[in-house]
Write a new protein. Structure first.
Length: 267
């Protein structure tokens, strides 16, 4: 089992010194990587999990945050949970992700992408909410194509180009994990992803069904899940029995990271 941490700027704020302290402590404790979330924009009436979201939540740009973390650490892998892929043009995003991977010496390894669930956010960036799934599928294909070689061409419903080159390339092919809490997300993980990172609000039966959907079409698919900072060894064994390969915990308390690392002998 691998263990990573999440740093939520909406919850913890945008203090750069606090972010650096957290990332460095996570690295010292032996955590594999650090994840950050994304929302491009919020608006009145936007809801998540049945609750209206405050419009002043400080969601930092995820790749800018990870670049800052990379400059302050040496080993910590960089992750998104999740990057809202249909709201990014893949030609631009390919260069941003590859640049971050090169400058971090190959640490942009925990990229998790999702569709987004706020219709107003899609409208704000000019994306048709209903077609964002198809747009995401094409964007994944475009990213991998641009990272694969020189003078490549693509013709799809949303993106089209000929003899295009995008450099730098990542130091190694970037894994793309699929986030979400739907069967469509699970199927996408199986057909296009390198891993599946479902959300937390699922029944055990639905969760098992989704993982079966994802894993049935692809071998060696990574399975990432959210977990409590108070995780016990018995709980880890239960996750392992479900096929989970990585657990992500979150806490604002640096001492929690230290206690967790000691409990599981991460270093």
């Amino acid at each position: 089992m691998r263990f990573a941490v999440s740093y939520s700027t909406p919850a913890y704020g945008m203090d750069p010194e606090r972010l650096v302290r957290f990332a460095r402590r996570a690295e010292e404790c032996g955590f594999e990587g650090l994840y950050v979330p994304e929302h491009v924009a919020l608006y009145r009436g936007a809801t998540f999990g049945g609750y209206e979201m405050p419009t002043d939540l400080p969601y930092g740009d995820p790749l800018e945050l990870l670049g800052f973390v990379a400059a302050s650490t040496e080993r910590l892998l960089l992750g998104t949970a999740v990057l809202l892929l249909p709201y990014h043009h893949p030609v631009v995003l390919a260069k941003r992700l590859a640049t971050l991977d090169v400058l971090s010496k190959g640490r942009m390894r925990l990229l998790t992408v999702g569709l987004g669930s706020l219709p107003g956010e899609a409208r704000a960036v000019g994306v048709d909410f209903a077609s964002r799934g198809r747009r995401t599928d094409e964007a994944i294909d475009v990213l991998r194509l641009l990272w694969s070689g020189d003078r490549v061409s693509y013709s799809g419903e949303f993106f089209e180009f000929e003899d295009l080159s995008s450099f730098p390339h990542p130091l190694a092919p970037l894994p793309i994990h699929i986030g979400g809490s739907s069967r469509a997300a699970a199927r996408r993980a199986g057909t296009r992803g390198d891993g599946y990172f479902p959300g937390g609000a699922l029944t055990p039966t639905e969760r098992a069904t989704q993982w079966k959907l994802a894993a049935s079409t692809r071998d060696n698919l990574e399975y990432t899940r959210w977990a409590s900072i108070d995780l016990t060894p018995e709980a880890v064994a239960s996750y392992e029995s479900q096929g989970v390969t990585r657990l992500v915990v979150t806490t604002p308390d640096l001492d929690d990271l230290t206690h967790f690392a000691k409990r599981f002998q991460l270093v």
